[in-house]
Design a protein around this ligand. Sequence first.
Ligand code: FAD
Length: 351
Amino acid sequence: MTPSTDVVVIGGGQSGLAAGYHLRRLGIEHVILDAKAAPGGAWQHTWESLHLFSPAQYSSLPGRLMPAQPGQVYPDAGHVVAYLADYEKRYSLPMQHGVWVESVHRDGAYLRVETDGGNWRARAVVSATGTWTRPFIPAVAGRHEFTGRQLHTVQYREPTEFAGQRVIVVGGGNSGAQIAADLAPTADLTWVTPRPPRYLADDIDGRALFDAATARRRALDAGRADTGGVASLGDIVTVPPVRAARDAGLLAAKPMFSRLTTTGVQWVDGARAEADAIIWCTGFRPALAPFAGLRLRGARGHIATDGTRAVDEPRLHLLGYGDWTGPASATLIGVGRPARDAARQITELLH
Ligand code: FAD
């Protein structure tokens, strides 16, 4: 028989844990299904030198402050994984690791969640699948002609495998800047950004991003003018390695090339750069494939939401994908509030 529960949360990274925390507080029966064998979500797979862009206490999920990492103002990814593993245990969250959710269907008063380990029936579903499993690379002319190596942020680990190689890093966000800074001392680096790099002021970090996203949401909710949010501050947090590489003159960016060749890239004026590898730090898309059968997809592959709730399927909430699912909801500190709101709305739905 298909087991039933009030809520199935799909994804057990930080967003799924924040949902579990608030559902548990409200006494709502739920299960969290996560494809990964171990806790930590996407943080298990980042490059080795990655550090958070906010101090530990500003990178906390609801209920439990992230402890400081000895010797580090900005914790590394391993510290985040340990924190999330501890969080899962501390609140006895009903996790099932190693379960891949294939699809979600309407089934009368229930949503049927089909997985590789059997099905569930739930009265509501929270999607917290993140974006890491959907790396995005733009369509660029000649993309399949290049005979060297092409990889995305998700596949980059550490600079030694590129030592002495000609590497082109594409992308003007935090991933692009941090990976360029990582490679600059040992590789023959070309950094390419669609527009000139926009660094945040050196004395502000991820805390300011959270404040800016929150201020924008409040302004829009109150019918005031758009404050511009995070984008108004810049694109790149100058974490210490980025600042050091920039100040050493190692991060001169070139504009976007117009095509790939068999051996590198070419700009519109005919200039060329040869490359052994191209690393695309060009972002992600939300991992929403399990919901294809619900026919909810709207603009840019998103599902239209009111807060976290899907406009055309009120039993579905989306959590953690970015500002369209709550201000700064794709950050550790930002996901708590939308998770609380989603849990409250689900309680109302169930009663
Ligand atoms: P994820 O961590 O991706 O977790 C989603 C989970 O769902 C995964 O375990 C996945 O396996 C699982 N899943 C997906 N699909 C299915 C399915 N169909 N069935 C079952 N399970 C599924 N944020 C900060 O707060 N501070 C920072 O300094 C910071 N730096 C960042 C640096 C980089 C390079 C990136 C990419 C992001 C950074 N972020 C930072 C943003 C954010 O915190 C992360 O993206 C975060 O991992 C998102 O958490 P999540 O739980 O929403 O998704």
